[in-house]
Design a binder for this molecule. Sequence first.
Ligand code: NUP
Length: 212
Amino acid sequence: MTELMLALDVLTRAEAMDIAEKTYPYIDAIKIGYPLVLGSGLSVARDLAEFDLPLIADFKVADIPNTNRLIAEHVFEAGFSGIITQGFTGRDSVSACVDVAHNAGGKCYVVTEMSHPGALDFMGEGVAERLAELAVECNADGIIAPATRPERVKALRQIIGSKKILSPGVGAQGGSAEEIAPLIDSMIVGRSIYNSEDPAKAAQSYSCVRDL
Ligand code: NUP
């Protein structure tokens, strides 16, 4: 089954709670990042805990190991169950995030190839494969790979085996839910749900591709 992760990139706590309230029966996890946390504070994680869903911090952490560790500790103390880190900072930085996550009983996911067109300037074929190998070597729980490029997801799956693939890019970025769902573990969808006139219906429509 392909899970549905809501990317809750609204700017206020009130909007976040409203969209989560409408959509939580149809989603499997919530991902938040800088847009919401800078608007509402890290404590929004405690409010979202009411929906009893895994909560992923998409901070794409990208610093030296000590700073990564300090950031990750904040994240798990705030009540998140997972964190997304960049991989290009290297083995020691990625390991710092993985270690904090696992000590907290949480998960760590490594960005390999991003979903937007500009990702190919630096992160395309070759580099993404090395980042996926690093994710495996560092014992990360999975990778972020682009729903906008299903053929790349297939290639990265060869490297990571049964580790999780979380895939953004469906809907607003042009990726097809039907095409990507069979290749991944979790489909990340933001604007197509939270900007919809009926977010519950939109979330429900994405949850229908789960069993493809
Ligand atoms: O490669 C990535 N692409 C991407 O869109 C890695 C990400 N973490 N994201 C995030 O996924 C992005 O920051 C946003 O939170 C979500 C996609 O949202 P949307 O394009 O469905 O609105």
